[in-house]
Design a protein around this ligand. Structure first.
Ligand code: UTP
Length: 298
């Protein structure tokens, strides 16, 4: 089976208001989880699926992302001289990938961000990865979505069942189960109230899309919150073709806000061979302290 998806769009032009003041002068996507910025986890995930071409949609903090994926000669020389081969390998691990950067002048929404990539993607299918949704590196969500795209030649959107009280934070879909985790979408609604939500299936930050979405994005009016919503464009696309959802049941870290970011940090630190033992020990001690505090309370 051929892999028709060769390019990925990484939107990173949002204002990141939930992380202020950290995101005042650097993008949320560059906040590190353990030792890598969030955007690098997304790049590595796409790379594991054979994607080598990336277009990053940047806002006003363009430089730090560009520098991160660039070769830094001075640093390399320094590591070479000091014999730090492991670190050298680590910083060059993505040097075979190609990155293009496109500026979104104003943060007018995810749909608008994706539209900026049109000249780069042209008429090919593409993946979209939102870096603040971190998929556990042991999972193969995007690979499975690309497999479905190859099978149906239709857009595929990652879905997750979320608790009722969280549904208002997501785009939500209506539709029917086809086979296992494959869902045929019949409607989409952005950030519905509990009453409006047609299901508990929320759209999470992985998409495999077809280039016909660009025409719809181009002709769109702003939706909820005055933003050009990708969910609205997908609803438009639904009038023209079948859209599939794929239910993800694995581990996802919603690192777009502080609590989720901390959970991602703890979980990924516990998976990091360099520090997992010491960090696990430290966590055990902290939990012990917390237990004692609770026991002491009257
Ligand atoms: P979010 O909805 O998380 O918004 O964007 P945000 O601005 O990053 O963060 P908050 O809500 O203010 O804290 C989802 C993804 O879409 C990108 C963001 O960078 C993030 O990866 N995005 C959003 C854009 O690239 N441009 C936009 O105009 C909006």
């Amino acid at each position: 089976m051929g892999n028709g998806v060769k390019k990925a769009i990484l939107p990173a032009a949002g204002l990141g208001t939930r992380f202020l003041p950290a995101t005042k002068a650097s993008p949320k996507e560059m906040l590190p989880i353990v030792d890598k910025p969030m955007i690098q986890y997304a790049v590595e995930e796409a790379e594991r699926c054979g994607i080598k071409e990336f277009v990053v949609i940047t806002g006003r903090h363009k430089r730090s992302i560009e520098d991160h994926f660039d070769t830094i000669f001075e640093l390399e020389e320094n590591l070479k001289q000091k014999g730090k081969e492991n670190l050298l390998r680590e910083i060059n691990s993505l040097s075979h990938l190609n990155f293009a950067y496109i500026r979104q002048g104003r943060a007018l929404g995810l749909g608008h961000a994706i539209l900026q990539a049109m000249p780069f993607v042209k008429d090919e299918p593409f993946a979209v990865l939102l870096s603040d949704d971190i998929i556990d590196p042991d999972e193969s969500l995007l690979q499975e979505m690309i497999g479905l795209y190859n099978r149906f030649e239709a857009p595929v959107i990652a879905l997750e069942e979320v608790p009722e009280e969280e549904i208002h934070r997501y785009g939500v879909v209506a539709g029917e189960w086809e086979d296992g985790d494959i869902f045929r979408i019949t409607d989409l609604i952005e950030k519905p109230s509990r009453e409006e939500a047609p299901s508990n299936l929320a759209i999470i930050g992985r998409y495999v899309l077809t280039p016909d979405i660009f025409k719809i994005l181009d002709g769109m009016e702003p939706g909820r919150g005055g933003e050009y919503q990708l969910t609205d464009a997908l609803k438009g696309l639904l009038k023209k073709r079948t859209l599939y959802g794929f239910r993800f049941r694995g581990r996802r870290y919603d690192a777009g806000d502080k609590f989720g970011f901390l959970k991602a940090t703890v979980s990924l630190a516990l998976k990091n061979s360099g520090i997992s033992d010491a960090f696990g020990q430290y966590l055990t001690e902290i939990v012990e302290e917390l237990r004692k505090d609770v026991a002491r309370q009257p």
